[in-house]
Design a protein around this ligand. Structure first.
Ligand code: 13P
Ligand code: SF4
Length: 319
């Protein structure tokens, strides 16, 4: 993907990008990247998207190899949807604190305590948790999917407590919430954002629903990464305070070069932005090596995959 200001800003990065392009052709591979990836990864990706778009794209690709430049659960979702393809992840240690906050054994106990409830799980979960689920959702379709269920339906929602509170607030439901959180979104500083608002009174506040409730309440827009990008594209303000992982600022700035995007700070941090260290584990070198060597490969237990595909397909049908 071309951009006006290239993130391939050194001879080494340019050389790696060339090697990756050659290997991609040779292996009939497609490179998918989440918005939180490093800028240089997004610049050479075939497709950039939020979790929902990545799942949709994986379901329809005809490439032999899918390289998921994202975190492990995104690779698992792609593998579950495309069991006959090779799904690679440049660093298998790229996990997700939110997915880790939902242990499948504990979640199963919770589900069994409420047998009359429909189980909705956020896509940021392991395949084992998805296998215990009735419908998977992403932040891009959670509201629509919950609203598609009868009002009296009893629902368990996991693992993200903040997203669950948001969906309860906009739908008027009282879903039972699992107490999980993302270490990036759960630590944005309300005070830091208020300070930025004083300096930039005209700036609109864009908030991912994995952030805490007070931030959702002060937001001008709450939405998935793709929804926030779309809002910035269409809205008329000139400045935005962006309360999600700071990788998305690259895409916002690239699409709206005339606007100013200000990253929101985290609590207890000197840094002026907030990054997902798991997402940033993917580098051009690791991407080149994984395409060249055909590993590390995402493997999902076939029995778990057989169960986990049902709630994912239900999500794709409903969204
Ligand atoms: P999106 O579904 O908005 O892409 O978010 C995924 C994620 O990991 C957010 O932290
Ligand atoms: Fe997981 Fe949070 Fe990173 Fe998203 S930002 S991948 S939820 S740890």
């Amino acid at each position: 993907m071309q951009s006006k200001t290239s993130a391939l800003d050194s001879p080494l990065k340019k050389q790696l990008a060339e090697e990756i392009a050659g290997l991609k052709k040779e292996k009939n591979a497609v490179i998918m990247a989440h918005y939180y990836q490093r800028d240089e990864i997004k610049e050479i990706a075939d497709f950039i998207g939020d979790s929902l778009a990545l799942a949709r794209k994986a379901a329809e690709t005809d490439a032999d190899v899918i390289v998921m430049c994202g975190v492990h659960f995104m690779g698992e979702t792609a593998k579950i949807l495309c069991p006959d393809r090779t799904v690679l992840i440049p660093d298998p240690a790229a996990g997700c604190s939110l997915a880790d906050s939902c242990d499948p054994v504990e979640f199963e106990k919770f589900v069994k305590q409420h047998p009359d409830h429909t189980v909705i799980s956020y896509v940021n979960t392991s395949a084992a948790v998805k296998a215990l689920t009735d419908i998977v959702v992403t932040s891009g379709n959670a509201r629509k999917i919950v609203e598609s269920l009868p009002e009296e339906e009893k629902i368990i929602f996991g693992p993200d407590h903040n997203l669950g509170e948001y969906i309860n607030s906009v739908t008027g439901r009282s879903m039972l919430l699992w107490n999980g959180a993302c270490h990036v979104h759960d630590r944005f500083s309300l005070q830091g954002i208020a300070d930025l608002k004083k300096k930039h009174p005209g700036a609109k506040v864009l908030v991912h629903p994995e952030c805490r409730r007070p931030l959702q309440i002060i937001a001008d827009k709450v939405g998935s990464t793709a929804a926030l990008l779309d809002f910035a594209r269409k809205d008329e303000a000139k400045e935005y305070i962006v309360v999600t992982e700071s990788g998305i600022l690259f895409d916002m700035q690239r699409e709206c070069p005339e606007k100013t995007f200000i990253p929101a700070p985290a609590e207890d941090s000197e840094c002026q932005c907030n990054e997902c260290d798991y997402m940033k584990m993917i580098t051009l070198e690791k991407l080149r090596d994984c395409l060249r060597d055909g590993k590390p490969e995402i493997v999902v237990d076939p029995e778990i995959a057989k169960k986990a595909i049902k709630p994912i397909e239900r999500m794709l049908a409903l969204s």
